[in-house]
Design a protein around this ligand. Structure first.
Ligand SMILES: NC(=O)c1ccc[n+]([C@@H]2O[C@H](COP(=O)([O-])OP(=O)(O)OC[C@H]3O[C@@H](n4cnc5c(N)ncnc54)[C@H](OP(=O)(O)O)[C@@H]3O)[C@@H](O)[C@H]2O)c1
Length: 213
């Protein structure tokens, strides 16, 4: 099952390309009943979800004096609460048969960026949620997180800015979507790993103060 919000056509193309076959569904994951509706779409297909990857998120700029209350709610509903509501649906559907969940965090949730305040706090909360669910849903379910650093810079990023992001990693490049996908695939298959938070950042969190030896 490939979920989309605005880009249904892309989700349909991906679902059609999957060797085992797939189905595209659309839902606004800010809605409290989105998980119920997504799982409802599985019923007629006779399909079940035994692995769930939560990548949907917004990337909303705004500091303390720039965020309206409604923006806090929307950002947290999508970037944080949606994962809990999907996990609850998966638990209800799979019970003791269990499954694997992977949340996509953001280096902003580790580094805590004041100018992306609600985003950073939601992504920090997502990592706490992952570790809490790993405890609460064990042993049937494994719950892990991948934390990308600079991968696909936002629209409007200049070549100079992208080069700066690359320089501020130990590996001296920005990431590729494949780097994130590899880490997700690893966690989905890592049978003795749960509650893990795996940075896919090129070492950006260790970059500062890197001695030149
Ligand atoms: N790009 C990076 O360098 C980077 C760095 C760190 C972390 N991340 C994390 O990696 C993940 C993917 O990032 P990305 O760069 O691919 O982001 P993106 O291009 O903005 O994609 C975000 C995804 O979220 C979906 N979405 C947006 N609003 C939604 C809503 N209200 N309900 C349901 N789905 C919604 C979008 O679906 P539609 O396209 O169908 O609307 C899209 O698939 C995110 O969790 C992000 O925080 C990315």
């Amino acid at each position: 099952m490939v979920h989309a919000f605005r880009h249904r056509g892309a989700a349909e193309a991906l679902a059609a390309a999957l060797p085992a076959g797939g189905v595209a569904v659309t839902a606004d994951l800010r809605a409290p009943d989105a998980g119920v509706r997504l799982y409802g779409a599985l019923g007629p297909l006779g399909a079940e979800v035994d692995g769930l990857v939560h990548a949907a998120a917004s990337f909303h700029r705004g500091g303390l004096c720039e965020l309206a209350a409604g923006e806090w709610d929307e950002i947290h509903a999508l970037n944080l609460r949606a994962f809990a509501l999907l996990a609850e649906r998966m638990l209800a559907a799979r019970g003791s048969r269990g499954g694997d969940l992977v949340a996509i965090g953001d280096a902003a949730g580790l580094e805590l960026w004041p100018s992306y305040l609600a985003h950073s706090v939601a992504k920090a909360g997502l990592l706490a949620l992952v570790r809490t669910l790993a405890k609460g849903m064990a042993p049937a379910f494994r719950v892990n997180a991948v934390v990308p650093g600079p991968v696909l810079p936002p629209d409007g990023t200049t070549a100079e800015q992208a080069a700066t992001y690359a320089r501020r990693t130990l590996l001296q490049r920005i990431g590729r979507p494949e780097d994130v996908a590899e880490a997700v695939a690893y966690l989905l298959g890592a049978r003795f790993v749960t509650g893990a938070v795996l940075p896919v950042t090129g070492g950006s969190e260790l970059w500062r103060g890197q001695p030149r030896i």
